[in-house]
Design a protein around this ligand. Sequence first.
Ligand code: FES
Length: 156
Amino acid sequence: MDEHEQACDQQPGLSRRTMVAGTGLLAVVAAAAACSNAQSPAPAPAPQAPPPAGPPAQAAAGQRLGSAGAIPVGGGTVFPDKKVVVTQPTPGSYQAFSAICTHEGCTVNKVVDGTIDCPCHGSKFAITNGAPVHGPATRPLSSRQVKVEGDSIVLA
Ligand code: FES
């Protein structure tokens, strides 16, 4: 038991006469105040800052994604590190979309049978325009702009 606890335990035993007559009156009052402070509830924790809002960071314009020749006709390629998916619905016609699923934000992971597929809950998006063709997602993938430079697909 430390000194503070001893002082608090002794306080109820102090007679009124002792408290009033002694020169230590101020000390007793101070001790009582200290005890009452010790018994007060702990302060509430400081509120935490909310998580940052807004869409996840996307690759910047001008970044090379890969070889245009590697994008299959009638299919596409996911660039997960750039959060972009590039499709080629018809020869020489490239489309690009955000690879972030509009359902709950997973990254789509493959392009199969004309759709861009999300592994989390099964949403599928059309390679032609990013529109949802199978839920639970109800909103299309965001469009991205790409261009062909030489044999490279580059974010515009
Ligand atoms: Fe893609 Fe749910 S996050 S289907």
